[in-house]
Write a protein that binds this ligand. Structure first.
Ligand code: Q46
Ligand code: ZN
Ligand code: ZN
Length: 321
C-alpha cells in the first residue's frame, strides 16, 4: 500500500476513507482535518481560550497536541479520580498527562478529587446506593461538575474533549435504541454555552475513528495510558462499540455514515429544533453556584454532602464560580 500524496510506503490505511498515507502525511492530515471540523462546526476561534479535558489517554493527549500545533491557546485539565484497580490507573494517567504538559511547556490544571472533596471516587461511590456496583455514575457527575467549574472560574471560552467517532457512534447507538430524544437532541460536535452557566463544549475529534487517533498518538510518539479505566470493563458503551465494530468490519465507513447522517437529520430538525443545553428552568445551586434544575442544591452537592456525612468528613471550603 502506497501513500496517496507521495507514493512512499503507507503507514496508515483508512479503508473507510479509501485513503492510505505515509507517516509524515498522516501526521499532517490529522491536524488539517481537525482544523476543518473546528471551522465546519464553528467550535472556536484563534482568540478563544480553550480548556482541554485531559485523561492521559490517546484521544485527549492527541487533541491537546493537535490544538497546540495548530496555534490555539489550550490549557489542560486533569481530574484525579483516585482509581487504582491494581493498575495505579489514576497515578499513571496523571504522570503521563503531566509529562506531556512539561515536554510541550503547556499549562496543566490538576484537580484532585480526594483533596478537594474528601474522598476518592471509589471511596465515595461505596457510600452511595448506585455506586456500590459501579462508580461510573458518581464519576461522570463529578467530572462534568468539575470541568464546568474550572472552565467558568478560569474564564475559558470553551471546554474541549477528546471524544472520537467510536465514542460518538456508540452513544448515538445507545440513545437510538432507547429513543432518548432529549439526549439525542443534545448530541452534537459543539454545544453552545447557556446563559445559566454551562460553558460551551466542543469535540474536535468527533469524526476521527479511534484507530486514527491511536495511530496519531503512536506515530507522533505521544506516551499515553494504554489501559482503560478498570471500571469501564463490561459497560454498555463498550458492548455497543463491539457491535458497531463488527458491522464496520463488513461495511467500512458504516460508523462514520451512521454519525454523519444523524447530524444531518438533526440539522434538518428531524428530532426537535436545536435546544439549549437544558430545557428546564435552571437556577444557581445555593451551595456551589453551578446551574441546576433541582429545586434546591445540585445533584453534585447533594451526593457529595451525603458521602461526607457518611464518612464523618467536614464540608469543603471553596470559592463559588
Ligand atoms: S466513568 Fe467509570 Fe469512566 Fe469514571 S469510573 Fe472509570 S469508567 S473513568 S469514562
Ligand atoms: Zn506521503
Ligand atoms: Zn451545587
Amino acid at each position: 500500500m502506497r501513500c496517496r500524496k507521495c507514493g512512499e510506503k503507507a503507514a496508515v490505511n483508512m479503508r473507510q476513507h479509501k485513503l492510505a498515507l505515509c507517516r509524515d502525511h498522516f501526521l499532517e492530515w490529522i491536524p488539517e482535518q481537525t482544523q476543518r471540523f473546528i471551522e465546519k462546526y464553528r467550535m472556536f476561534d484563534r482568540g478563544d481560550r480553550i480548556l482541554v479535558a485531559v485523561s492521559g489517554g490517546k484521544d485527549s493527549l492527541s487533541l491537546w497536541d493537535v490544538l497546540h500545533r495548530l496555534g490555539y491557546h489550550a490549557d489542560g485539565l486533569y481530574i484525579g479520580l483516585g482509581i487504582d484497580g491494581g493498575l495505579r490507573y489514576s497515578a499513571e494517567s496523571q504522570r503521563l498527562a503531566q509529562q506531556f504538559a512539561d515536554a510541550h511547556h503547556l499549562n496543566l490544571i490538576v484537580v484532585d478529587i480526594a483533596q478537594q472533596e474528601g474522598a476518592t471516587i471509589p471511596q465515595a461511590a461505596a457510600q452511595t446506593h448506585r455506586g456500590q456496583v459501579k462508580p461510573c455514575s458518581l464519576c461522570g457527575l463529578t467530572k462534568r461538575h468539575i470541568m464546568n467549574r474550572v472552565a467558568r472560574q478560569g474564564g475559558y471560552d470553551v471546554l474541549a474533549t477528546g471524544h472520537n467517532l467510536d465514542d460518538e457512534a456508540a452513544v448515538l447507538f445507545g440513545n437510538a435504541l432507547s429513543w432518548s430524544v432529549g439526549y439525542l437532541a443534545r448530541q452534537a460536535p459543539v454545544l453552545e454555552a447557556s446563559e445559566d452557566g454551562f460553558v460551551r463544549k466542543a469535540k474536535p475529534f468527533c469524526r476521527f475513528y479511534e484507530r486514527e487517533t491511536a495511530a496519531y498518538a503512536l506515530l507522533r510518539g505521544i506516551e499515553y495510558i494504554y489501559d482503560e479505566c478498570p471500571h469501564a470493563v463490561g459497560s454498555t458503551s463498550i458492548y455497543h462499540k463491539e457491535i458497531l465494530n463488527r458491522m464496520e468490519a463488513d461495511r467500512p465507513g458504516l460508523k462514520l455514515s451512521f454519525y454523519l447522517a444523524f447530524l444531518e437529520a438533526r440539522e434538518h430538525g428531524l428530532l426537535a429544533p436545536p435546544q439549549p443545553q437544558e430545557q428546564h428552568a435552571l437556577h444557581p445551586c445555593p451551595s456551589c453556584g453551578q446551574p441546576t434544575t433541582n429545586p434546591d442544591r445540585c445533584t453534585f452537592c447533594r451526593t457529595w454532602d451525603q458521602v461526607r456525612a457518611r464518612l464523618a468528613l467536614p464540608a469543603p471550603t471553596r470559592a463559588q464560580p
